[in-house]
Design a protein. Structure first.
Length: 313
């Protein structure tokens, strides 16, 4: 029998239940995946932490997986084309990925890049599409210099790689012990904290064209406003209150425009990964049964890379 993690009511990961269940047989337009790795993202816990309109419990947890097809619905193709049982795939923007096996819409399933391990592939698309959208909505262009808050985090690392491919220069905030990670992916590191604006200015002889906030602190917003002339080129994924108050851009996967963009860019990111132009640093894996422990580490804000849950064979 398969097992999955479920939020039976609003609350923290410590309140989730690890239950046995029977995955539905795939109908037309659906496939069943044997999960080899489930990506761990802050949204997994955030979206069930409190009661919200439109959310009915119980809620299966997990939006992103990598694994193998075990069943395919009649007359069904996956998002990347024809597929057969046994093919390795990734699935993104699905529900219930913290599982040993899961049935999902085939349109959200793609051939797994052969260059990535399952833990890496299971963490590619949520952060990758977020990073791609941040660069797109701010109009980051070749030759420009942008400021990235949270450059050594999961989204930040993907921004750095995608910006380098676009020939966009990135000054990225990080703790000093994470500077090497920022440099590894082509960024220019700068320490956050008092005096940040002056330190950023000292690193460039031209304007800061745009700012991308992946941390949500008031410092990040204040420094962005001080350094970027056009606030329409400042985007946040973590401080919606300041975005509303200050007239900045805010994006999230739950927003229709963001969802549409992120769906459209999936194939491009998978191709970049297949070509080794986009990698996913994984800090640690946990057994699927230890999902709450993974979230305890994630909640520290400094996991050192992505985390993945691995079902037992």
């Amino acid at each position: 029998m398969a097992k999955h993690w479920v939020a039976t009511a609003a609350g923290s990961p410590q309140s989730w239940e690890f239950e046995e269940y029977d995955p539905a047989a795939p109908r037309e337009g659906e496939v069943t995946i044997r999960v080899r790795a489930a990506g761990v993202n802050p949204a997994d816990a955030k979206h069930v932490a409190a009661a919200r309109p439109g959310v009915e419990f119980p809620v299966p947890i997990g939006y992103e997986v990598s694994g193998e097809l075990t069943a395919i619905g009649p007359a069904t193709r996956i998002g990347s084309g024809a597929a057969e049982v046994g093919d390795e795939v990734v699935a993104f923007r699905v529900q219930g990925g913290y599982a040993t096996e899961v049935t999902v819409p085939a349109a959200k399933v793609f051939a797994k890049p052969t260059t990535l391990t399952h833990p890496e592939a299971a963490n590619l698309l949520l952060v990758g599409t977020t990073a791609a959208e941040m660069l797109a909505v701010t109009g980051a262009a070749p030759g420009e210099t942008v400021l990235l808050h949270g450059a050594s985090g999961a989204v930040g690392v993907s921004v750095l790689q995608q910006a380098r491919l676009r020939e966009v220069r990135v000054i990225g905030t990080a703790a000093p012990d994470r500077f090497d990670e920022v440099r590894r992916f082509g960024g220019i590191p700068v320490a956050y904290g008092p005096g940040l604006a002056d330190r950023v200015t000292a690193l460039t002889d031209g304007p800061i064209a745009a700012a991308l906030d992946a941390v949500g602190t008031d410092e990040a917003i204040d420094v962005s406003l001080a350094l970027v002339a056009d606030r329409r080129r400042i985007v946040t994924i973590a401080n919606f209150a300041r975005a509303s108050a200050d007239g900045l851009l805010a994006i999230a996967g739950s927003m229709p425009d963001s969802a549409r963009f992120r769906d459209e860019v999936r194939s491009e990111l998978l191709a970049l990964a297949q070509n080794r132009d986009l990698v996913v640093p994984v800090a640690r894996t946990f057994p699927l049964a230890e999902a709450p422990a993974a979230h305890r580490l994630l909640s520290t804000g400094h996991p050192g890379g992505k985390l993945a849950l691995i079902p037992e064979d």
